[in-house]
Design a protein around this ligand. Structure first.
Ligand code: DGY
Length: 323
């Protein structure tokens, strides 16, 4: 029997490749990452399944060109890189990997918050630059306590709720904003209080973003919003870079309109070592590693393959966008 074809824009774990190779004719892109669009376009002309990553933009043009495609299985919880509406119109299923990365991403958001408030990465740079002897004064190099601070969670879904659990054990006050409040019962369990978006912006000491990137959330955090935040406020983003207007954030940090930021995601990734954010001390930068633990990445690979298999069989993926 002729094997169906599958294309991967980057390699996956050995166990996942083994599973794929049992069933399909597998081709894996091994060159430049992200894969250039022209290569991706030509590689998926005849495939039934595509495994992609958040850096791969899967637009109408690519979808139109992939005549046999049945499933796009993304190795990520985010799917803003895929034109999911158009895929659905073309009867192409889209699978993604939520749930398994909830704790890893919440852990990273929390560690970024601790890092920027306690200036851990900055301290690391001080030692490496041989400047430790310059910070002995009582007022030198002080951070901020987390205890008693108000954490504003923008998007209290799975990851936002997991962050709330962590923050509660650090005795933080937690407020949140969602399109709709969660049930009173859940609010009580998590120890969170619903507020309007503007109230969350103006009363939080730390704001952590946990919403998807959509037309509505694009550049939602801009200078107008930074000016409404506390001057002593911090911003954490482990969701998607485009939710923040980066140019405005750089200005807000440089002009001390807000106190600091810690980021795992950027408007355009990867950022270079000369990016303006790398010149600012009160910002912690992580290279998009929200889900990056051995255990979580393995679980994501397992689901990515299962989603792909189901889609090729004409069934709905375990985690499906649309249908
Ligand atoms: C995702 O899965 O969308 C994350 O951003 C990857 O770390």
């Amino acid at each position: 029997m002729v094997k169906k074809r599958v294309f991967l824009t980057r390699t996956l774990h050995d166990f996942a490749l083994k599973e794929l190779k049992k069933r399909y004719e597998v081709e894996i892109h091994s060159g430049k990452i992200p894969i250039p669009k022209s290569i991706l376009r030509s590689k998926i002309v005849n495939v039934e399944g595509l495994i992609c990553f958040p850096y791969d933009k899967i637009d109408r043009d690519l979808i139109d060109n992939a005549k046999n495609l049945k499933i796009i299985s993304t190795y990520s919880v985010g799917f803003d890189h895929i034109d999911t509406k158009y895929a659905k119109k073309k009867k192409i299923r889209v699978g993604y990997t939520p749930e398994v990365l909830t704790d890893a991403t919440a852990d990273l958001a929390f560690s970024l918050m601790l890092d920027v408030l306690r200036r851990v990465s900055e301290g690391d740079r001080i030692i490496r630059d041989g400047k430790w002897n310059q910070i002995y004064g009582a007022y030198d190099y002080v951070g901020t306590d987390l205890q008693g601070m108000t954490l504003g969670i923008f998007g209290l879904g799975r990851i936002g709720s997991a962050l709330a659990k962590r923050a509660k054990s650090f005795d933080m006050k937690i407020i949140y904003h969602n399109r709709k409040p969660i049930s009173k019962n859940k609010e009580e369990v998590l120890g969170v209080k619903y507020v309007t978006f503007l109230k969350m912006i103006s009363s939080s000491d730390v704001i952590s973003i946990h919403v998807p990137h959509t037309k509505e959330t694009n550049h939602m955090f801009n200078m107008k919003i930074f000016k409404k935040m506390k001057k002593s406020g911090f911003l954490i983003n482990t969701a998607r870079g485009k939710i923040i207007n980066e140019k405005d954030l750089i200005e807000a940090l440089n002009k001390k309109i807000i106190a600091g930021a810690a980021l795992d995601v950027y408007e355009s990734e990867p950022i270079s070592k000369n990016h303006p954010l790398t010149k600012i001390q009160n910002v912690v930068l992580a290279p998009h590693i929200g889900s990056s633990t051995k255990e979580t990445r393995e679980k994501m690979a397992e689901i990515t393959v299962k989603n792909l298999n189901l889609g090729i069989e004409g069934k709905s993926p375990i985690y499906s966008v649309g249908y």
